[in-house]
Design a protein around this ligand. Structure first.
Ligand code: FAD
Length: 415
């Protein structure tokens, strides 16, 4: 962002406010098509202000996004429903920004941000969850060549992808997927992986619902049979997919664990509200536990704020893993306490009808749903055990887990 005004305090906040006012003057936030407003907001650089100009941003400090969001919320402007498009916003977008070609950024970022195109993440496989680098889904370049090693896609030709993915949240709504596949079985497992953008409307993509403990089918199995991906949809260099995936995973942990919420805006909110509204449920033991969890939730909330401030000056580091770990533990303990507090009411579960939700919404639901869905928090986006390993090795500097497969070609690994 280059221009500032005389009243600017030096942070650029006043200039950002001026741009918000100009957007609101030109586009009525309450009347008209919400999508038109969102497109105009993106084009005005007010979608994610830290992105470059022309890609929904102003090249401004990330902290200024809070100014934009507050002004637009006060004006009653429509938002892009970040919960529904969380994988696109939290995982695909930062990866495309960092590793995508200019053509990829121009093609994908705008409809991703407005929510016109939903994204999913085709990473996990049967047998390759925590050990993601062991994945089997293979991508073979048509004609057999391995292709050039440098830079993002665009070298021409297609890749043919075959394999199976699992636990793919939102695949049933998704237009695009971020996908990692093995392109070279002859090198150690971390080296032979390449990162692609997969078109979920390709005839070779089959999405089958998987019902989870809540009764809902929020995620899916995805079978890939002869899926044709143009080289122009490769993200990063051939064989460099593990490094690109690391950027996605670091962002995923911050996206899951690092949401900035107001006090009592998280899982503790509904429990505290029940406590206040229904004195007949209280015992002194529950009181002590609720207070303890309330304090921990507040510490976690402030920790998320701290990580958000760190992010304003750089990419997410391993600290995001600690945050996601805390979030998962707390959500499970708080939702457990809520069920106990409610007694028999807590055991009732509304409806087991199979539904295919567009997003995960903890708050508009009953305690039973929160309790069951929170179980997935310690698995999705990296299990708590793996996150403890990351914190131990990369934050605390403790010795690494022994890794005997580091120098063995993937095809020679025992299975
Ligand atoms: C609700 C939900 C949504 C999901 N959404 C997606 C999605 O959209 N896209 C996607 O690609 N994936 C998704 N996943 C998959 C998720 O990322 C994997 O389930 C997860 O990475 C764990 O892999 P796994 O299930 O194969 O378990 P495993 O890797 O088999 O692990 C089993 C247990 O062993 C432990 N373990 C394994 N290795 C070690 C080790 N080295 N040290 C210590 N403990 C270890 C694990 O922590 C775990 O407790 C989702 C999962 C859930 C539950």
């Amino acid at each position: 962002m280059t221009r500032t005004t005389a009243r600017d305090d030096g942070t650029g906040a006043e200039e950002v406010r001026r741009r918000v006012r100009a957007l609101l003057d030109a586009h009525d936030p309450s009347g008209g098509d919400p999508l038109d407003f969102l497109r105009a907001r993106f084009d005005a650089g007010l979608a994610w202000v830290h992105f470059p100009e022309g890609l929904g941003g102003l090249g401004a400090p990330r902290a200024l996004q809070a100014v934009v969001d507050a002004e637009l919320a006060a004006a009653g402007a429509p938002d892009n429903d970040p919960r529904r498009i969380g994988i696109g916003l939290g995982m695909a977008a930062p990866t495309i920004l960092r590793y995508g070609t200019e053509a990829q950024k121009a093609r994908f970022l705008r409809p991703l941000w407005t929510g016109e195109e939903v994204w999913c993440q085709l990473f996990s496989e049967p047998g390759a969850g925590s050990d993601l680098a062991g994945l089997r889904t293979r991508a073979v370049r048509e004609g057999g060549g391995s292709g050039e090693g440098d830079g993002g896609g665009g070298g021409g030709g297609d890749w043919i992808v075959d394999g199976q993915k699992v636990w793919t949240s939102s695949a049933h709504n998704a237009r695009w997927a971020i996908l990692i596949a093995r392109t070279d079985p002859d090198v150690p497992k971390h080296q032979g992986i390449t990162y692609f953008v997969c078109d979920m409307t390709d005839p070779g993509v089959e999405v089958r619902p998987l019902r989870q403990i809540t009764g809902e089918a929020e995620f899916n199995e995805v079978f890939l049979t002869g899926v044709r991906i143009p080289d122009a949809h490769r993200l990063g260099a051939v064989g460099d997919g593990w490094r690109v995936a690391q950027a996605t995973l670091m962002n995923e942990r911050v996206a899951i664990g690092g949401m900035v919420t107001p006090r009592e805006g998280g899982m503790i909110g509904p429990v505290a509200a029940t406590w206040r509204a229904r004195p007949e449920l209280r015992t002194s033991e529950l009181h002590d536990r609720l207070l303890g969890l309330w304090v921990e939730a507040e510490v976690a909330r402030l920790g998320a704020e701290r990580v958000r401030q760190q992010l304003a000056v750089g990419a997410p580091g391993p600290e995001g893993s600690g945050l996601k770990l805390t979030f998962a533990r707390l959500n499970q303990r708080i939702s457990g306490l809520e069920v106990e507090l409610l007694g028999e009411d807590g055991l009732r579960y509304g409806d087991w009808t199979m539904v295919r939700p567009e997003s995960v919404d903890f708050y508009g639901r009953d305690a039973g749903y929160r309790y069951l869905r929170a179980k997935g928090n310690s698995i999705e986006g990296g299990t708590s055990e793996i996150l403890r390993n990351i914190v131990a090795e990369r934050v605390l500097g403790l010795p690494s887990e022994p890794r005997t497969d580091k120098d063995v070609a993937w095809k020679d690994l025992p299975r």
